[in-house]
Design a protein around this ligand. Structure first.
Ligand SMILES: C[S@@+](CC[C@H](N)C(=O)[O-])C[C@H]1O[C@@H](n2cnc3c(N)ncnc32)[C@H](O)[C@@H]1O
Length: 245
């Protein structure tokens, strides 16, 4: 008998898209549903995102001497759910926000809801699909991914980020805002409830390298009440290593 232990299958090998789709289809189309029972963090989250994006955009402006911060022409909210991020933040900084979301009822809540009606034309095209299958057909100035890339395997995430990088305008940006694993050994964590992985910071950085992306700024989201015991949340701002201009 060999005493060499069989290696554990990697956490992302357990991801099953059918079961995550089933989980989200059984989740109410509400802010509470989107935030796993913590709707009270939404305002802090949106303020943190607006502040991080402004800092990154100023950094790019300084590097490219492009002048002042103007409205972003075309953004896309990936894994958008009911459009909480579009409604509370992206819709204010972008002229148009496209939506990518696999759950039809979530996208419908945004399309038919008061925000889209009041802000005619701000919600652009809606793609009902998972990011692993999304092939962008446009050039975007901002590709925002929040609390959703854990549904992709590592290989799917690398491939998706390469497609996203190809779909950026010359001053475009990819942003990820995701929970981080706090595993003491630095491993990712698989959650069978929604069939998703929570990645470690080091894993994210390796994935970005593999996808040919430069990490131009990263920060932790601060301000969530400690008493809630939430995982750390980190922003990553990414641009292709090979810039178009
Ligand atoms: C925690 S919610 C976050 C929603 C939104 N980003 C927010 O911050 O309010 C996760 C979202 O990811 C979506 N999702 C599930 N599988 C996905 C996939 N394969 N690709 C993209 N999004 C996915 C879910 O339907 C859900 O809307």
């Amino acid at each position: 008998m060999s005493d060499i232990a069989t290696p554990e299958p990697p956490p992302d090998s357990h991801i099953d898209h059918a079961s995550s789709i089933q989980y989200w289809n059984n989740t109410p189309p509400t802010v509470d549903g989107m935030l796993g029972g913590f709707p009270q963090i939404s305002a802090i989250d949106l303020r943190g995102s607006a502040s991080f994006l402004a800092k990154v955009r100023r950094l790019i402006l300084r590097q490219t001497a492009r002048g002042k911060l103007e409205k972003i022409s075309l953004g896309v909210d990936c894994g958008a759910g009911i459009g909480r991020v579009t409604e509370g933040f992206l819709g204010n900084v972008c002229e148009v926000v496209d939506i990518v979301e696999p759950i039809e009822k979530f996208a419908q809540a945004l399309r038919d809801g008061p925000f889209a009606k009041k802000n005619n034309g701000v919600v652009g095209d809606i793609y009902i699909t998972g990011l692993e299958n999304w092939v962008p057909e446009k050039q975007y100035d901002l590709i925002w991914n929040q609390w959703c890339v854990g549904h992709l395997t590592d290989v799917q995430l690398v491939e998706y980020l390469k497609r996203a990088a190809d779909a950026l305008t010359d001053s475009g940006l990819i942003i990820l805002k995701e929970n981080l694993s706090t595993d003491v050994d630095g491993n990712d964590h698989f959650d069978s409830v929604d069939s998703a992985v929570t990645r470690a910071d080091g894993k994210f950085r390796n994935i970005f390298k593999e996808a040919g992306l430069n990490l131009i700024k990263t920060e932790e989201q601060l301000g969530f009440p400690k008493s809630l015991g939430l995982l750390p949340v980190r922003f990553y701002a990414l641009r292709p290593e090979q810039l178009k201009s």
